[in-house]
Design a protein around this ligand. Structure first.
Ligand code: V07
Length: 254
């Protein structure tokens, strides 16, 4: 925790803004990567061009997260609601994991990044699953950044699924309801073993959670920007981290 400074040494907002403390980097950052379709429309391009650009921004963001020494980066890549989109758009999006892995797996390995996913993996197209399974296998021993993709993910479904698993375990005497507490409940979620996000970032000006990590975000800081995901970059990421640190400092100092 930061020590309280004497009042005459109190730093101005501006000074605080300029300083980047490597000591209080959020351990787990979650991002809702919104605005890809809108970015494309603005440029007179098809929606899928925005998704493709968004994929390359994922790569840049991962590099930045590695440099910032963030431990876990959870990215909302595809929600359970996204199946309502046109079939052609879904087919395009479902080819992105393979393309990403083909293009970037070597540098992910160099950067010691481990790939994981949360969400209902089984109902994804086979070619998508195979590509991701390969990347998980290749990166499983990396102990740097955990790059965690939320794919076919919905938080209410996740919570309901946890309840069903708990009831099933109770029926098989693997858990006693007397032992069920918040920590135990968390173990039944997709995010088993992960710390809760310290910071949630959502791009594109929407201020909603959209069924993302409802349980896990209970105590997280939220940071919103109007910037569309394909325009997200290191500077904006850094601003989010600075704002996070300044918020922590403000209420840490009381
Ligand atoms: C997707 C690009 C980012 C903007 C948001 C929607 C589109 C990277 C992946 C990915 C997933 C798993 C994996 C490696 C890469 C991805 C989907 C969509 C479905 F192991 N970007 N990206 N997956 N978009």
């Amino acid at each position: 925790m930061s020590k309280k400074l004497p009042f005459f040494k109190k730093k101005t907002e501006e000074q605080l803004q300029d300083e980047f403390e490597l000591s209080s980097i959020p351990e787990h950052v979650a991002i809702i990567m919104d605005g890809n379709g809108r970015w494309a429309k603005k440029k007179g391009l098809p929606r899928v061009a925005g998704h493709k650009e968004g994929m390359d921004v994922v790569r840049n963001t991962v590099k930045a997260a590695v440099n910032f020494d963030i431990k876990i980066l959870t990215l909302f890549a595809f929600s359970t609601e996204n199946w309502k989109r046109p079939k052609s758009e879904i087919e395009f999006i479902m080819r992105l994991p393979k393309e990403f892995i083909h293009k970037y797996l070597p540098e992910l390995m160099e950067n010691n990044v481990r790939i994981e996913t949360i969400g209902d993996f089984n109902t994804l197209p086979l070619h998508t699953k195979e590509a991701i399974q390969y990347a998980k296998e290749q990166t499983k021993n990396n102990d740097g950044l955990l790059l965690n993709f939320a794919l076919n993910y919905g938080s209410r479904y996740e919570i309901m699924r946890a309840i069903k698993l708990i009831i099933s375990d109770a029926d098989h005497s693997k858990i006693s309801l007397d032992d069920l507490d918040e920590d135990t409940f968390s173990e039944y979620l997709y995010t088993t073993g992960l710390t809760d996000p310290d910071l949630l970032i959502r791009t594109s000006g929407e201020m909603r959670l959209s069924n993302f990590l409802l349980w896990q975000l209970a105590y997280s800081e939220f940071w919103f920007t109007d910037v569309l995901w394909p325009d997200f970059n290191d500077d904006i990421f850094k601003q989010a981290l600075l704002d996070y640190q300044n918020r922590k400092r403000r209420y840490g100092g009381i």
